[in-house]
Ligand binder design. Structure first.
Ligand code: GLA
Length: 413
């Protein structure tokens, strides 16, 4: 899969106002505060976990020292509640001075000194979802301010903008202002999710022209049910969502909750595998200071990350559902376009064996396939022809994740 994908750089083919930052050629990887740390602003009572520059600096340290940066995680992203409660005398946003004494510029300098990138959050509309000042009336000024500070990624939310019909105009305006700064700033849009919620048809062509990544669906919560319901949304909408994903543009099913309070190790592997299959951003929202090694190893699995980062950028699809096991494939290009990552996702609370032929799910390479186990250092699992019905046993509420290559090619893998 590595050498085969042709990198089509489509920059310049969009209209003058479209996104031209050249970023997110593969799904972005990093860390994002929201799911784990929420709007905890009480640094007196909870100094270790409040939204403050210290929190982001400590996460940056962990990203570098514990191997995440080397594995590809590079963005350190602030979410809601970083701002002071009002703008300054020049109408500029500024960070709460008690929680961010260095200011965002100082924090950005620290993050950059570690070889990482800084993401920040605002909203379309006058307030953020938690009631802090947002960019509604000040899109241009805020784009310039973020660029001056050295911000590398912007998430623009929008839950307080009650007229969702205005978003298809407002978000592209922000794209234009971000472009005009001359600083490459990865743009994460929440616009499609709000249109979906309001029953407004979503123009994904317009979304992809203006955003690098975008939320499609509700916020992830720290539960297995939440992970499953998000996966199901992407399966239901796959015919719409697969064509709009590709280098520079990815659907965002929200943060990884691996290492938080709810997922078992098998469930955590399932989320990681599915986010890789979905070509989703890998933005962890967890406490890297206290995460235990078995969860860290999942997040650092280089073979699974390689699927996520496959440079063809093709989002996977659900191709089979049988006895509570869902089979997903992601086209990873390669020989005759026949290299595939595959996950078997078992929803049952018991291990489950299913039986099917590869030909039933669109793998038609007549010579058959060689298979490796992505969760087990790409261990060789041997040969499958395409017509025989094979058995696959999947752990309870967990996954298998395998890589399929045309048979003669297995030794070069
Ligand atoms: C919305 C977003 C979340 C998070 C919160 C912050 O709910 O979807 O990802 O940013 O707002 O208030």
């Amino acid at each position: 899969m590595w050498a085969s994908a042709v990198l089509l750089v489509l920059l310049g083919s969009f209209g003058a106002n479209a996104l031209d930052n050249g970023l997110a050629r593969t799904p972005p990887m990093g860390w994002l505060a929201w799911e784990r740390f929420r709007c905890n602003v009480n640094c007196t009572a909870d100094p270790k976990n409040c939204v403050s520059e210290k929190l982001f600096m400590e996460m940056a340290d962990r990203l570098v020292e514990d191997g995440y940066k080397d594995a590809g995680y590079e963005y350190v992203n602030i979410d809601d509640c970083w701002m002071a409660k009002q703008r300054d005398a020049n109408n500029k946003l500024y960070a709460d001075p008690e929680r961010f004494p260095s200011g965002i510029k100082g924090l950005a300098d620290y993050i950059h000194s570690k070889g990482l990138k800084l993401g920040i959050y605002t909203a379309y509309g006058n307030f953020t979802c938690q009631g802090y000042p947002a960019s509604g009336m000040h899109l241009e000024l805020d784009a310039q301010t973020f660029a001056e500070w050295g911000v590398d990624m912007l998430k623009m939310d929008g839950c307080k903008q009650m007229d969702r019909h205005t978003m298809k105009k407002g978000y592209p305006q922000m794209t234009k202002y971000l472009n005009a700064t001359g600083r490459p700033i990865l743009f994460s849009c929440s616009w499609p999710d709000y249109e979906r919620g309001a029953g407004i048809p979503i123009n994904y062509t317009l979304v992809a022209e203006n955003c690098n990544i975008w939320r499609n669906y509700v916020d992830i919560q720290d539960s297995w049910q939440s992970v499953l319901s998000i996966i199901d949304y992407y399966a239901k909408e796959q015919d719409t969502l697969v064509p709009v994903a590709g280098p520079g543009n990815f659907n965002d099913p929200d943060m990884l909750i691996i290492g938080d309070f709810s997922l078992s190790v098998e469930q955590a592997k399932a989320q990681m595998a599915m986010w890789a299959i979905l070509a989703a951003p890998l933005l962890m929202s967890n406490d890297l200071r206290t995460i235990t090694p078995e969860y860290r190893d999942i997040l650092l699995n280089k073979d699974v990350i390689a699927i996520s980062q496959d440079n063809a950028g093709i989002m996977g699809k659900r191709v089979l559902q049988v006895d509570g096991v869902d089979v997903w494939t992601r086209d990873c290009g390669g020989y005759f376009d026949q290299e595939w990552a595959m996950t078997f996702l078992n929803r049952n609370s018991a291990n489950k064996t299913i039986t099917f032929a590869l030909n039933d799910i669109g793998l038609f390479f007549f010579g058959g396939y060689g298979i490796t186990d992505l969760w087990n250092h790409n261990a060789d699992l041997g040969y499958r022809d395409i017509y025989a019905k094979y058995k696959y046993t999947v752990p309870k509420t967990g996954v298998l994740m395998w890589y399929f290559v045309p048979w003669w090619n297995t030794t070069s893998f």
